[in-house]
Design a protein around this ligand. Structure first.
Ligand SMILES: *Cc1c(COP(=O)(O)O)cnc(C)c1O
Length: 277
């Protein structure tokens, strides 16, 4: 199964979970995300393709009374049922009691954690790297939950290469580093390129991403991939790499979020991304 509209790491993370959901006899999948979540968007697409009902539990009860943003609009039009909950409730997203209550309310479901992150997701991400990736001394990727980075570590074809993770979120800690890296010593995490965290609007980063697009025609998103490429350039400028290094950057997708991002930039009178894909 390959769906062109489902690019990026979220499809890799879903793949084995969808198989598992179907083979364990589930008719619907429930998962969790923020209002602009790439994971929720990908899940809605995948569910509609393979005929599984999807329920998206979305953080923010106030959203129920507002026009849907582009991400949620698309998810809903693909048949996803959206359930808006308060932030306090949303914080219970890993609590077995709350999940059981959700299933009582919405029906028996295959439960996918926030960001789609679990062992099956990591297994899917291990398939990102083909044998040709062994030519690279460094492989770089954005880090949210870290599932993708864990997969790259598992899937790396040579222990000679480093896998560089760029935190998109603020406040990484060493316990999380251990969780993501396991026993591997190939990983390196950078926490100085998150630009204040997830949905922070930084004109300088937006302008950098626009310039990058002008020069390369490669569209990035400001939450994940833009931070990675910016970070690579910055590290290169500072002499972190040696001239013989070969760097492979994984474009993890995320472009669906750009339309909603631009809407918010306009509201806040900030520069926008010059393209939307
Ligand atoms: C979710 C996401 C990531 C982070 O993946 P994790 O496995 O959660 O670390 C990176 N890039 C994009 C575009 C994403 O949507």
């Amino acid at each position: 199964m390959v769906f062109p509209e489902l690019s990026g790491n979220k499809w890799r993370k879903l793949r084995y979970n969808l198989e598992e959901a179907v083979s364990s006899g589930h008719r619907q999948i429930i998962s969790f995300g923020g209002a602009f979540s790439n994971h929720i968007h990908a899940l809605a697409h995948a569910g509609s393709k393979i005929g599984l009902k999807t329920i998206g539990v979305i953080r923010g009860e106030e959203l129920a009374d507002q026009p849907l943003n582009p991400t949620l609009q698309q998810a809903a039009s693909l048949g996803m049922q959206l359930v808006f909950v308060s932030r306090k409730e949303y914080d219970l997203k890993s609590d077995p009691g709350w999940i059981a209550a959700l299933q009582d309310r919405w029906g028996k479901s295959y439960v996918l954690p926030e960001g789609g992150n679990n062992d099956l997701a990591v297994r899917g991400c291990a398939e990102i790297l083909g044998p040709e990736s062994a030519r690279y001394s460094h492989i770089a990727v954005a880090v949210g939950t870290g599932g993708t980075l864990s997969g790259l570590l598992q899937g790396s074809h040579t222990t000679d290469q480093k896998i560089l993770g760029f935190w998109a979120l603020k406040g990484m800690n060493s316990a999380e580093e251990v969780r993501i890296f396991g026993s591997s010593t190939q990983g390196v995490l950078f926490d100085q390129y998150h630009w204040g965290g997830y949905a922070k609007f930084q004109p300088e980063l937006i302008e950098w991403i626009n310039r990058f697009y002008q020069v390369t025609q490669v569209p990035l998103d400001p939450i994940y991939t833009g931070k990675v490429l910016f970070g690579i350039e910055d590290l290169a400028r500072k002499g972190w790499f040696s001239p013989k290094d070969r760097i492979l950057v994984i474009h993890t997708g995320g472009l669906q979020g750009n339309a909603g991002f631009n809407q918010r930039c306009v509201q806040q009178k900030l520069p926008t991304l010059t393209y939307e894909i």
